[in-house]
Design a protein around this ligand. Sequence first.
Ligand code: SF4
Length: 640
Amino acid sequence: MLDKPNFFDHFFDEKGPLASHLSNYQKRDGQVQMAQFIDESVTLKKTVVIEAGTGIGKTLGYLLPLVRQNKKIIISTATKNLQEQLLEKDFPILQKALKLNFNVSILKGRSNYLCHHRINNHSKMFFSKADASIFSDVEGLLKKTNTGDVAELKKNFSGNITHAVTSTSENCLFGDCKFSNDCFVNKARRRAHSAEVIVVNHHLFFSDFFNENDDANNLLPKSDVIVFDEAHNLIDLAMLYSSKVFSSLKLNRVLDDLINHLKNSVIGLENFSMIFNRYNFSISQLLDLVKDEPQKISLYKLSQLTTFKDHLIEIMNNLEELINAIKEPGFINKDIDASIKELNNFIELLKNIINPSEKKNALWLEKFNNSISIHITPVDVKGIFSKTTASNDSMVFTSATMTTNNNFDYFKDLTGLKDIETRVFESPFNYEKNALLHIPMGLPNPNEKDFFSSLVDYAYPAIKLNKGRTLFLTTSLNGVEQVANQFEFINNRNADTLNILRQGMLPNQLLIEEFKNSQNCVLIGSFSFWEGIDLIGDNLTLLIIDKLPFKSPDDPIVDAKINLLNEKDFFMKSQIPMTTLLMKQGMGRLIRNFSDKGVAILGDNRIQKKYYGKQILKSLPPFQLVEDYNQVLNFIEELR
Ligand code: SF4
């Protein structure tokens, strides 16, 4: 029997058990070291933070040591797609290579599972024609599905349908539900509780963590080890999911539910109807008041904050009157009870918005077509992570981008985690040889009017020589628009045109497929294209980034952080690290495997001219920095 270091070395060797299950396999020393490090740390019940450079093979690097320990493991990753990739690709390879069977279960949030009770309580006559047709499909699926997973429908459907056919932790009847034994949420929960490894996404993890129900009704069981994969944006997610949100759309849906339940209980509630009309009027006044405000704004920056709060008080009073109108005649059943509980939650939320007690929270408004949300977002989420560590033996936080300025201080500072071990396992890719970074010095300042057109004109010869195969990342949707317009302008003057794909033309995934399958193509995208995109080999050999991705001071969370820290501290302690992590993600799109080669052009020379820019530059993958544009063109020529 091999001792542990030799076991990992042997397992990942080019002649080892893993190699025969993967094509073009190459051993990576960083992966072996990562597995050994996690094995030792988990044995000693430590919490670790790991930066695993692109190409290390971090998933198998953490899975292998964990499945060999006889522990209950939760793996939380960024998206449902990554959950499925773990289940369908990584675990099967590991099981074959280890010749070992272990019980792995995927668990999704409640809104992914059909709810018998809610479907039973709704009738398709209350929906629009399109929704009624989907509702019929849902009823059909309910009769034959084993899992109740809404993804089996293979259709996108509206929020109204999701609300009607799935449950929330607020409206679920739990033990009082007559469908409790057949309930798909309960079945998924039971499967997860009996599994050795549970794969969830960050959304579910935090929703469950912040769920105010008792532990018995939480979806996730206790575990020995939690792994947070793609942990670089965990702090933002913790802030998001620990926010309290007043949503006028959600409130309307709760009231629709209530009316639906009342129809089942009693005919004629004149008093209720009168108050309900007053409520609708108050909501319409509120929406009207903010119609000219920006899409997202701090509440403190609203031009008519006092009137806004007056409308909130009216809504709160309307809700209290509605509850009394139902309670007085005593029309209570379990569903009505659940709706009243939800209305009381809304009233509490409104009280906290009208008279905020916690100064460290960002209080902000978000506008949609016919609704608004008001968020109370904690800017400091340190307590969350210390609570999570207390309930698990070990935690593993990992991502390709965890450090800024070559240390973990930013992550440690924001999470407040103490007694943790940190490690960087460098990417095995030869960036110095395979990738160039070029920063033009003569372009206008990024805030100047002709910046985008100048950058496109400048990069055009490289793009043409490269035959497209270019990803153009911008820091705003306005940037996408301006860049696309300039390409259109150039295309109109030339016979030999480029194929321009811009964010918004198609859903992102379809755009990426189109990019892979097209010739002479430039894909232009804003922040949703900066991470999670894997364009390997010849698909992508030129990356252009318009400017350093600073967060706007108009962002309400940024505004709250500035108020908490002061402007100078915010810039160095928060703005620069956030920008660095995002730049690392953006640059990481270019080189995705050992043989990838390419050029990155950054249109923002503040990275070389400003004191903070040099700090950001030092944290990026070590591409060869070239000043001479001809060198860029020669490099591309050699790639052809
Ligand atoms: S227990 Fe909750 S989720 Fe399950 S069927 Fe009943 S109401 Fe729906």
